[in-house]
Ligand binder design. Structure first.
Ligand SMILES: [Fe+2]
Ligand SMILES: [Fe+2]
Length: 192
């Protein structure tokens, strides 16, 4: 059986592939995810690997990402055509597996769902989705302190609150919203 690539080696690959700011963000996501993994009993190494790799397709422009989808028959959702920030999640999961040799399906689905979220996520999927938003270099949301506190206090409440803030942010900025994000918000809002 082929051995899984190590966090250290993947970090070196990402440092080469990504722009410096994107790389710093990815390191932030990896260690924030590791901290959440410690808090919620997820495998810390999986958190590190999924965190460092989550944006591995961000170095490609939208056209290149679409080309990969066409070539390998990856499904493209309507929102992924109009909102160019979304497609790197499924292309990233593809590259993580086929270019960087990651075979762990838990890690691959965490990369796949990190931008939109979805209903009924695994712990690792939730951790990567949330770490992407609250890692120390992020400055998007006004209520960041509350988000960070809630996420470390209760993972599902953290999902509901983060998705709510994400939807408000997307509506304000006029970006196309993937319907999966809305169904994810309804799912976690009902569980609060
Ligand atoms: Fe991303
Ligand atoms: Fe990210």
């Amino acid at each position: 059986m082929k051995e899984e690539p190590q966090f250290r080696k993947l970090t070196q690959s990402m440092e080469k592939a990504l722009k410096p700011e994107r790389f710093e963000h990815s390191v932030g996501v990896a260690y924030t995810a590791a901290a959440l993994g410690m808090r919620y009993g997820a495998d810390v190494n999986r958190c590190l690997v999924a965190g460092i790799m989550h944006d591995c397709a961000k170095c490609l422009d939208h056209e290149e990402q679409l080309k990969i989808c066409r070539k390998h028959d990856l499904p493209v959702q309507p929102a992924e055509l109009s909102n160019k920030k979304l497609l790197h999640a499924s292309v990233g999961a593809y590259l993580a597996e086929h270019k960087y040799g990651i075979t762990d399906p838990e890690i691959l689905t965490a990369i796949r769902w990190h931008t939109t979220g979805k209903p009924d996520m695994t712990i690792l999927e939730k951790i990567i989705f949330l770490a992407d938003i609250i890692e120390p270099n992020r400055k998007h949301f006004t209520e960041m302190d509350l988000l960070r506190r809630t996420i470390f206090d209760d993972l599902d409440k953290g999902m509901a609150l983060t998705l709510e803030h994400l939807l408000i942010y997307l509506k304000k900025s006029g970006e196309e919203i993937d319907p999966t994000t809305e169904s994810a918000w309804r799912f976690y809002n009902d569980r609060k």
